[in-house]
Design a protein around this ligand. Sequence first.
Ligand code: F0G
Length: 350
Amino acid sequence: AGGWRGLIEEFADRLPVTDATPRITLREGATPLVPAYSLSEATGCEVFLKIEGANPTGSFKDRGMTLAVSKAVEEGAKAVICASTGNTSASAAAYAARAGITCAVLVPAGKIALGKLAQALVHGATLLQVDGNFDDCLNVADKLSQDYPVVLVNHINPYRIQGQKTAAWEIVHTLGDAPDIHCLPVGNAGNITAYWAGYNEDFKEGNATRLPRMLGVQASGASPIVSGHVVDDPQTIATAIRIGNPASWTNALDARDASGGDIIAATDRDIHRAYLRLAREEGVFVELASAASVAGLLNKAAAGWITPGQRIVCTVTGHGLKDPDWAVTTAAQPKKIPADVATAATALGL
Ligand code: F0G
């Protein structure tokens, strides 16, 4: 039987696995790289969207989770734990269910999107809503994993980064080389670390002839890397990246500096604009945090940082259905009508 077998099997020779490693997979990866016509026109560049919402649980987290959970099971774990702004918990819960082990999740109370909460709960995770932010949740989860028999599957678990590198490899494979610029949202800074590592490996192995400039984008109310200091009370509508003290801060700086890139902040207003633009002009429904990559690209294009004709990839990290509340409250409200053709025609302006 042919078909995509999931990341571990497809990239077994490039990942830290052996034949003895169980394959806990939902056939994640192989996500579409979609040309973005409206963004290409706006920037004078060739822009592509790496649609990570097409992964099994609707975000890029599945790439790291298949490896982290498989390795945990290989090492005999019966339980995993994570802190999350939502997507990590959804992914951990699904892969733990697949592996037949338990999953504990710590999330900031009232600050995660409904769809993500639903996923963790329906997959059977034990979910604690913590009176605190993501950074508080991660501190508690990390300490629990040191003192109790439970494996931490946040990205400070090194297997997470290893798995997430595969997205860069897929892009290089599809385009035939690395892009000139890679844009992505930055929260805890694991993903920018992973992409940069992935591109570097492809470069060293001769699969790519160049390295992209990495453009990381934080939300302006949660932009510690941009401001250079920890944000105690991060605030943004993009709850997935509402993080004040990123675990991979120094790795993000390294990716920025070594690539000749930048890490910038986009306002909630710009993020929301980019979110609607992606939905209405590209037909791509992402969650707010994911639109930060595009908001950052548009800001940098307006500032003259981008040379026309370049090839640019924006990772859109999570599916729009994760957060239906935002979509419904900010789009135009539907009209209510009787079941009548003439009224419908009038209402539709036909
Ligand atoms: N986009 C989405 C949709 C996310 O869920 C996250 C992180 C990011 C971007 C940022 O990635 O942390 O590697 O820089 N979400 C984590 C979570 C924190 O718990 O789901 P990062």
